[in-house]
Design a protein around this ligand. Structure first.
Ligand SMILES: [Zn+2]
Length: 241
């Protein structure tokens, strides 16, 4: 081994060269240190696992901060090997997994709003909400603004608001969530406000917000299907004149 290291250690294509690169990449002890002070198999396995998770978590966080589509995610809470609170707050039942998928799409910027469809020129769409036909349809519009989703929103948003107010009180609610950006941040990832809530409270809030997002998604889908079945519904608009 010493001979191979001496002869081939500098060659990055060789086995030992590659091993040294990997040890350096994950900031693990150098090969000579490991040879001099051999750790137990279990201890080294644990050290490698921690080093790999730490390295990739740093890369994940650094990349996430740069992506505008991930602006709602609490990047400080991201870690490789650690599931997001969305998944920890839900049970492994089909209905709850579906809620998690809706929420995860919204959180990661992959939920197809009209604004995103327009941005990527999908189906030659414009940005206007197909339900209210007045405003641009982005995530804020679906979750907090669209008048067509008002009745669904009122039921599930109120449940969420009551849960939060029960924890922090009405005056703190007004202070923290006096604007729509903060409310949207709370709905999509309440760990952004983790210092105000215990872990159990964060799980409860996340579950209620996942229900809100999924119910809005289902109602939006239902109304869009109705709209599609009634092609002349827009009569009176420019397209029908
Ligand atoms: Zn709308």
């Amino acid at each position: 081994m010493m001979r191979q290291l001496a002869v081939n250690g500098e060659n990055q294509e060789s086995f030992f060269g590659r091993i040294q690169d990997i040890l350096e990449q994950y900031k693990l002890p150098k090969i000579y240190t490991l040879m001099a002070e051999q750790p137990s198999k279990l201890a080294f396995k644990h050290q490698c696992k921690s080093a790999i998770q730490k390295t990739w978590t740093n890369i994940l966080v650094a990349e996430s901060v740069k992506k505008s589509t991930l602006k709602y995610i609490n990047t400080k809470d991201l870690a490789v090997g650690k599931p997001h609170i969305i998944w920890k707050s839900l049970r492994s039942m089909v209905s709850e997994v579906k809620m998690g998928i809706t929420k995860a799409r919204m959180l990661t910027g992959t939920f197809m709003t009209q604004v995103i469809k327009h941005k990527y020129n999908i189906e030659h769409s414009d940005q206007i909400c197909k339900l209210c036909t007045i405003y641009s349809e982005d995530l804020m519009h679906i979750i907090l603004d669209c008048p067509a989703l008002f009745s669904t929103r009122q039921i599930y948003y109120n449940r969420l608001k009551i849960e939060v107010i029960n924890v922090i009180g009405e005056s703190k609610w007004s202070e923290l969530f006096g604007n729509k950006d903060a409310i949207l941040l709370l709905i999509l990832d309440c760990t952004n406000f983790s210092k105000y809530f215990s872990v159990d409270q964060q799980n409860a809030i996340t579950k209620l917000s996942s229900v809100l997002c999924h119910q809005l998604y289902l109602m939006r889908l239902k109304l869009l299907e109705k709209t599609a079945k009634v092609p002349n519904k827009q009569c009176g608009s420019d397209t029908c004149k």
